[in-house]
Design a protein around this ligand. Structure first.
Ligand SMILES: NC(=O)c1ccc[n+]([C@@H]2O[C@H](COP(=O)([O-])OP(=O)(O)OC[C@H]3O[C@@H](n4cnc5c(N)ncnc54)[C@H](OP(=O)(O)O)[C@@H]3O)[C@@H](O)[C@H]2O)c1
Length: 259
């Protein structure tokens, strides 16, 4: 399918690895010019080179912390008027909520709520003017089905979802959409480190913890980042113009509800 977005400019935050990288790759395959981002310069430049080689697209690497004002400035200096913004950032570590300090709670809210709002503020008016814009927020399946220990992640991302729900309706008439992707368990470094932590805590081998986690997914496997990336590119496509303010759960059937 031609996604109808060749030549569009995209900023994909936190994209040197994992789900962000997969979104950047799929957008580049669709013909977009892409800004990729991560804090580790070598990693982000290597990712940019890989995507360029694989797709022939223009890919710019921005080594910066997306949560910092300077990092955001650097992203918009590389792409001043993006047509597409994929908001992504690291999630807070797994922790009993009793242990969280006020500072850690505020940091989590900044990382998983405030940053995406700030980037949307910067991107949205030119999108409205051009009558095309796609904002995709990578949140988490835990927004829909909270998981004890990821409470800060669930809370901050649910806050973002509610905040953006009104914003999405305010710009829908200008062909600017804002949607949310809720990953369940995708095979990335983040998932591997979660499983490792769980295995250590319970004193069991990594492979056992991994198999147990996989067995909780009706699809009986973890999601592939490229499946996530392809879905993101579709949400950014010209065909998805009538989809806005929606939460798309990608979890291999793990959430047990009909709705
Ligand atoms: N994988 C899953 O199954 C799953 C499930 C639910 C939710 N999620 C959420 O989805 C998001 C992506 O997860 P993932 O699995 O793709 O993680 P990942 O494999 O650990 O990749 C994270 C990426 O974000 C970059 N990054 C982290 N902090 C950054 C910052 N402050 N500024 C710029 N870049 C930053 C990392 O590069 P640097 O470290 O070099 O900065 C890396 O490229 C996370 O918020 C995660 O909580 C994932």
């Amino acid at each position: 399918m031609d996604l109808g977005i060749a030549g569009r400019k995209a900023i994909v935050c936190a994209s040197s690895k994992g789900l962000g990288r997969a979104c950047a790759t799929s957008l580049a395959e669709a013909g977009c010019e892409v800004v990729v981002n991560g804090r580790n310069r070598d990693a982000v430049e290597a990712t940019a080179a890989d995507i360029r080689k694989a797709t022939g697209a223009k890919v710019v690497a921005v080594a910066a912390d997306v949560a910092s004002p300077d990092g955001q400035k650097a992203l918009f200096a590389a792409c001043p008027e993006p047509d597409i913004v994929v908001n992504n950032n690291a999630g807070p570590p797994f922790r009993d909520f009793r242990e969280l300090t006020r500072e850690q709670i505020l940091d989590g809210v900044i990382a998983n709520m405030v940053v995406a709002i700030e980037l949307t503020q910067k991107a949205i008016d030119p999108m409205v003017k051009r009558k095309f814009g796609r904002i995709v927020n990578i949140t988490s399946g835990t927004v829909k089905a909270p998981l004890f220990g990821l409470d800060l992640s669930s809370g901050a991302r649910a806050g973002l979802t509610a905040f953006m729900a009104g914003v999405a309706r305010s710009v829908a008439g200008a062909n600017v959409t804002i949607n949310f992707m809720q990953p369940g368990t995708f095979a990335t470094d983040r998932l591997a480190s979660n499983i490792e932590m769980n295995a250590k805590k319970r004193g069991i081998p990594f492979e056992q913890a991994k198999a147990e986690r996989m067995a909780t997914v009706p699809a009986r496997r973890f999601g592939l980042p490229e499946e996530f990336g392809a879905t993101c590119a579709f949400l950014c496509s010209s065909h998805a113009a009538y989809i806005t303010g929606q939460n798309l759960l990608l979890d291999g059937g793990a959430f047990p509800g009909a709705f």
